[in-house]
Design a binder for this molecule. Structure first.
Ligand code: 5GP
Ligand code: MG
Ligand code: MG
Length: 177
């Protein structure tokens, strides 16, 4: 970790993240009040954001997870998206909210959205901590965005560098050179 830590430049502090998560929680609680809500996290990257966000939404909800992999290692998602573990909670007729760490090309969410739409939820929305709109290859409706960022490869607060650095408590830009 120490070797890669020297290549990380802080982008979002723990305090900035916490403040924004709190705002999102308030907004989501207002939008989903009185609704049968299922919040679905996309593992692995979402784990810290999911835990913080769901606890900031003062409503009854079901929580569930899907594990997906964009094939390939390193900095690029290949566009080949594989469901490793499916969500085991029924969303038919219920209000489903997908929670993701970052939307980059949009390929992952495009596919996940399609799969979940086939299950006929009453509604399906997307909440992401980070969005890199300049990188989009397919259009995907992102309803709630924590932070919109420039085209940088970021790590921490769930986001990995080849499996590592997810447990950094803040978000940083990884600069390999
Ligand atoms: P997409 O399918 O939208 O291109 O990418 C989605 C996935 O690619 C994210 O869930 C994340 O796992 C990975 N990803 C995209 N951009 C970044 C980034 O800047 N840093 C890290 N660590 N992962 C990223
Ligand atoms: Mg992800
Ligand atoms: Mg990754």
């Amino acid at each position: 970790m120490s070797k890669s830590l020297s290549r990380i430049y802080p982008l979002l502090t723990q305090d900035q993240i916490a403040a924004r998560v709190k705002e999102l929680g308030i907004q989501l609680a207002a939008d989903y009040a009185g609704k049968d809500l299922v919040v679905i996290g996309l593992l692995n990257g979402v784990y810290p954001f999911f835990a913080d966000l769901t606890r900031a939404i003062a409503l009854d909800m079901d929580v569930s997870f899907m594990r997906v992999a964009s094939y390939g290692h390193g900095f690029e998602s290949t566009g080949e998206v594989k469901i490793l573990t499916d969500c085991d909670t029924s969303i038919r007729g219920r209000h489903a909210l997908i929670v993701e760490d970052i939307v980059d090309t949009g390929l992952t969410l495009h596919k996940v959205r399609k799969i979940l739409m086939d299950r006929e939820p009453a509604s399906l929305r997307i909440c992401t901590l980070l969005d890199k709109p300049s990188r989009r290859r397919v259009e995907v409706p992102v309803d709630y965005v924590g932070f919109s960022i420039e085209d940088h490869f970021v790590v921490g607060y769930g986001l990995d560098l080849e499996g590592k650095l997810r447990n950094l408590p803040y978000v940083g830009i990884y600069n390999p050179a």
